[in-house]
Design a binder for this molecule. Structure first.
Ligand code: HEM
Length: 482
């Protein structure tokens, strides 16, 4: 490595304790906020000790873009998360795969989540939205609050299961809430263990750790059920081998090819991956969006008017109508700018490299802080405020510099393959909400503002929503049954 480069030791950073480093200052539930605060204090690149590991924290948009694009060869996801997952029973999937395994799985996921494929799924996605609205109607008529966060998670699980596995599981209504609870427990457990300074669970089988192990087993059983259904559908219609109808069938067909490099574990692992990657992320983005709209009456009115003028009947929504929801999309992007489900992306250097003039040896943990440049006053006027208009043509969020800084779905080869589905899913949920109801309030328990809680994603503390049936007028009450 040329001597002109600085070493990590020259970087500023918080002074930690011997052995523990800064571990005591970093709580897993709020670590994102601490890293963001430290980015202001120590600048766009600093170092921090996480127990025995040293991490380099990066908050500079240009440098973050470069490292995210230097994948899969230059940077991987941190091996700790894959290790934690393996220790829990090993469910390899696209999110944690690396190298050639990742390339093979990624190709299939990109086909299954391609815009054309997702558009073709719109009528079924709309039915899941219709079911969500139907669930809310009783509460709205009775003036009862709805458990918004939990309902949105079920909605997200149903949407992913329908698209990726061809399964109509209806967790929104059927009372089969277990699946979503187990997903939540596993996501929180993997995040907790990945950030722990020591593998305490090996010595201390705390109740939360025992629940985690039980949820992994239950999730595995549910996944086996999806895979068995996928195989049964393919046995009944062998043409699906050459023309799979969804990601699960594509994975099964590939796994059954001799020498494919994919096996049953990868099939099951990707079923788990899609459930986990698609549930909390979208549900969290939607929860924050509903909360922000409830607190910004002008934006709420404009979004509601657009929904009602553009989509007269959710059950019959067309791709053209969904595309025309420009203001709703702007609201979604603005909510994810201020409240990103993924406020940071941790990476690990696969080879010696240089970032902002600092030499990073292979293996360096690089923590990319995404919510820093995206809320910078130098880039966006009133950057802390919710202003969806900034995403409309000519707005300050549409400049190249802003686009580089606001990365809710990551960037580069590993950018989120579910992003198109996620945006469409958010639009359908908002049509379900604003098309049929008047939104009165969205709050955390006791009427408080929600806190940011980091688990697998950054979510609000559970939200409750109060609604009223839509005031009479053209289109009111039109909600075709699923
Ligand atoms: C609002 C919703 C969502 C947000 C904010 C989000 C965000 C992200 C982010 C930040 C990444 C990491 C990207 C990177 O490393 O550059 C990611 C990866 C991923 N997302 Fe999403 N996501 C969302 C919805 C979904 C959905 C609906 C699915 C699929 C069902 C999905 C599947 C995945 C997968 C499989 C990866 C790993 C890709 C890889 O490593 O190659 N996501 N997502």
């Amino acid at each position: 490595m040329p001597s002109s480069h600085r070493t990590i030791a020259t970087l500023p950073g918080p002074r930690g304790l011997p052995l523990l480093g800064s571990a005591l200052q970093l709580h897993p539930r709020t670590i994102h906020r601490t890293m963001e605060a430290w980015s202001h204090r120590y600048g766009p690149m600093f170092r921090v000790r996480l127990g025995s590991r040293e991490a380099v924290v990066l908050a500079d948009a240009e440098a973050i873009g470069a490292v995210l694009r230097d994948r899969p060869d230059g940077f991987s996801r941190p091996v700790v998360t894959a290790d934690v997952t393996r220790e829990l029973g090993g469910l390899p999937g696209l999110t944690l795969a690396e190298g050639d395994d990742w390339r093979r799985q990624r190709r299939m996921a990109m086909q299954a989540f391609a815009p054309g494929f997702v558009k073709a799924y719109l009528p079924r996605l709309a039915q899941v939205g219709v079911r969500l609205a139907a669930r809310w109607q009783g509460a709205a008529a009775a003036g009862q609050p709805v458990a918004l966060s939990a309902d949105l998670k079920r909605y997200a699980v149903d949407v992913v299961a329908g698209l990726a596995f061809g399964a109509d599981i209806d967790t929104v209504n059927a009372g089969t809430h277990d699946l979503q609870d187990h997903i939540d427990t596993v996501l929180a457990g993997v995040a907790r263990r990945s950030l722990a300074p020591l593998p305490y669970w090996r010595w201390l089988p705390l109740p939360a750790e025992r629940r985690l192990v039980a949820s992994v087993a239950a999730l595995q059983a549910a996944i086996d059920g999806f895979v068995a259904s996928g195989r049964a559908a393919m046995a009944a219609d062998p043409a699906l081998r050459s023309h799979p109808a969804n990601l699960l069938q594509a994975l099964i067909a590939a796994a059954d090819e001799p020498g494919s490099g994919l096996g049953d574990a990868e099939v099951a692992g990707n079923v788990a991956t899609m459930l986990m990657a698609g549930e909390d992320t979208t549900a969290s983005a939607l929860s924050w969006l509903a909360w922000l709209l409830a607190h910004h009456p002008d934006a709420l009115r404009r979004a509601r008017d657009e929904v009602r003028a553009t989509v007269p009947d959710l059950a019959l929504i067309t791709p053209a109508q969904a595309d025309a929801l420009d203001y709703v999309e702007a609201c979604a992007l603005e909510a994810m700018r201020l409240k990103p489900p993924a406020p940071f992306i941790p990476l690990q250097a696969l080879r010696p490299t240089v970032v902002r003039g600092v030499a990073l040896p292979a293996g360096t943990l690089l923590w990319c802080v995404l919510r820093h440049a995206s809320v910078d006053e130098a880039l966006l006027a009133n950057a802390a405020q919710f202003r969806p208009e900034r995403w409309l043509p000519g707005g300050d969020a549409t400049t190249p510099a802003a686009r580089q800084a606001v990365l809710p779905f990551g960037a580069g080869a590993r950018t989120c393959p579910g992003r198109y589905l996620a945006l469409l899913e958010m639009k359908v949920a908002l049509v379900a909400l604003l098309g049929q109801f008047e939104l009165d309030s969205v709050t955390a328990a006791g009427g408080a503002d929600p806190a940011e809680v980091l688990g697998f994603v950054m979510a609000p503390t559970p939200l409750r929503m109060t609604l009223r049936p839509r005031a009479a007028g053209p289109g009111a009450g039109r909600l075709n049954a699923a």
